[in-house]
Design a protein. Sequence first.
Length: 193
Amino acid sequence: MKLILLRHGNTFEPGEKPRFIGSLEDLPLTEYGRAQGQLAANLLIKEGLQVKALYCSSLKRTIETATIIKEQLNLKSEIVQDQRLLELDYGAWSNLTDDQVDPKELSEWRDYGLWPQRANFSPSFAQIISETKEFLDSLVEPVTLAVTSNGRMRWFFDLLNFKAGPAVKTGALCILQKEKNWRVTEWNVIPGS
């Protein structure tokens, strides 16, 4: 069984400073973000990955990306919106740029996946782990694609040790394979690079 995780396309215009955009900020894709969805679909076609199920969260950016994939792959299955894929609420960090966040906490979050206690992220760390495991346990198709966001994706990296993986760029793919247990076979693959 294979799970392809895809981070939605870009939501910031060229020259616009990126901010922490979580589940409460429902931004659409930019033109470049839509192009990233096309590139991801092209890579899936090129690699012969025959997606049988397509999931996303309820955010515009994931729905738009999933719709591009569905159309490009000519998938017959419907897009299933699953709240277990919903981006984190970044709490006190919401709408802040990197330089507006405590540098030590930012480094610990970005580099090591350490949960910043003072930022009031939600849902809780325990809920994220539980929902991630539940989502993986619910999969039945041989190849599933899930479009989600960076904060949520990172928790698929190492469920055995409850560690977040490295940050994932917009439009990038991560692939997990299940034999006995789930394991990451590819992480942060940028289509077209």
